[in-house]
Design a protein around this ligand. Sequence first.
Ligand code: ATP
Ligand code: MG
Length: 134
Amino acid sequence: MERTFAIIKPDAVAAKNAGKIIDMIEAAGFNIVGMHKINMSQEQANELYKEHSARSFFGEMVAAMMASPIIILALEKENAVLAWRDLMGATNPKDAAAGTVRALYGANIGANAAHGSDSLASAARELAIFFPAL
Ligand code: ATP
Ligand code: MG
């Protein structure tokens, strides 16, 4: 059993699509090991997006992630990291496969409905930031 870290991003929470996305997560066979609705802190945002700190959209992205509530999830399943990436779809909703979270609920590359760890190492790092008790 593998664990990954997921966020239902501010755009999807504000649009009241969180329930539908959680439905997709459960229908895909994930166990929800942890789930909270939170406001992301500056420290959490800086840590989560550390690798993107030099990119042009960093400030905008961090501001958007902190602007309104998000839902953080610790998800468990065999091959959870890849399985959640597959269920989310491509980063840009325009490129996301039909039926994926980002194709269904993403508006654009910034407001793309969800986040998912991109490797087992990222999952461990990100889960430690948001679910220290796990
Ligand atoms: P995530 O890490 O959120 O699951 P990802 O791994 O598919 O997404 P990354 O390259 O890690 O994509 O980018 C992190 C986030 O930064 C994306 O989810 C997206 O919202 C935002 N982003 C990426 N590229 C751009 C861009 N060119 N302009 C604005 N925002 C962007
Ligand atoms: Mg990423």
